[in-house]
Design a protein around this ligand. Structure first.
Ligand SMILES: [Zn+2]
Length: 80
């Protein structure tokens, strides 16, 4: 059974579209403001260079950032 998280926007009639992570295909976790509790970011992270889409925090931390560092260190290698 898959549980779907509901996003409460607060404003009636204002629908927020939760995107799916382009890497793990799970819904991207919405970010809430720590003080006001307001939803302020639902678009996740840039999944590049893994792919062209958006990704969730988990994939960003475990896949995208390591991959980025990997490429950076490969690019700056001069073979010396
Ligand atoms: Zn993900």
């Amino acid at each position: 059974m898959k549980k779907n998280k509901k996003v409460n926007s607060g404003d009636a009639g204002k629908e927020l579209q939760v995107q799916n992570c382009s890497i793990c295909c799970h819904p991207i976790d919405p970010h809430y403001h720590p003080i006001t509790g307001e939803l302020f970011w639902i678009e996740g992270h840039n999944a590049q260079p893994v792919n062209d889409g958006r990704c969730c925090s988990i994939c960003n931390d475990t896949i995208v950032l390591p991959e980025r560092n990997n490429r950076l260190s490969t690019e700056t290698k001069t073979g010396g």
